[in-house]
Design a protein around this ligand. Sequence first.
Ligand SMILES: [Ca+2]
Length: 298
Amino acid sequence: MHDIILDLDTGIDDALAIACVLSCSSELNLLAVSTTFGNVSTRTSCRNSAALLHHLGCDDIPVVTGLRCPLDSYEVYEATAYQHRIHGENGIGGVDLPPFDECIISEDVVAFYDRILHTHEDVTLVTTGPMTNLAAFLMSRPDRMFSRVVSMGGAVYTDGNITPWAEANIYKDTRAASIVLDSVPNLVLVPLDVTQTLFLSKEETGKWNDGQYRTMTGFYIAFHGGDRCYLHDPTTIAYLAHPQLFKTEMLSLEVVQDGQRKGNLARRQPGNGIDVVVSCNADAVQTFLYDAWKRILC
Ligand SMILES: [Ca+2]
């Protein structure tokens, strides 16, 4: 059993990751959700995460409000029109879930991580947005560390998705990503190279009884062209549950901080030695994820 914290910019594929984790409760114990910006603002991520947990019957899992802007900015991050096209104006495809603020706690995210690591021996942090909260924690508590960090982010051998060189989660806080890549000893990076080999089809979501999840995912599929969408964030959960289905390479990477190639992951020697997931058994991973969603959404 893995104790995990999800750090999310919720987001439709983040919402799919939440459902997958809750469906795998015999293997994955969700301790909390912390929230960041990216697909949406941190405030919206918090509201969406809490509403989704409530919708899925897990009112007792705390949601922590994370930092509201990148480390090098003082301006509160708000989603752009482009993000609205991908995830909808409310971040969950326009689906109107009843608000549920009771599980949102006001504790500072760094203090929260510190407290969790004080009371739990072996905790995995999964990040599916910019790595700002984790970087702030590393700067504030360099003596404490999660047992493992699994992060959706980056494009290694393939093109980016926000620029030709960069993936969005890395691009949106390059300083945070740099701190994390250089400081976390047990980091597994799950980049576009693998997440863009995995798909969720409209045919599959059509089997779900959960109308909210079906509509939300339909919005995301429509953005991707109408038949299927990528499985960026849920891939982290599949990796946690079944790492044997994935192939990793140990790479030394640094984050380009600015200029045209901002957010690019450049090779370097000698380096930080990061486990980078480069490919997977796509059929088996998709089967695992589809079964997980069927258990909770059908
Ligand atoms: Ca995300």
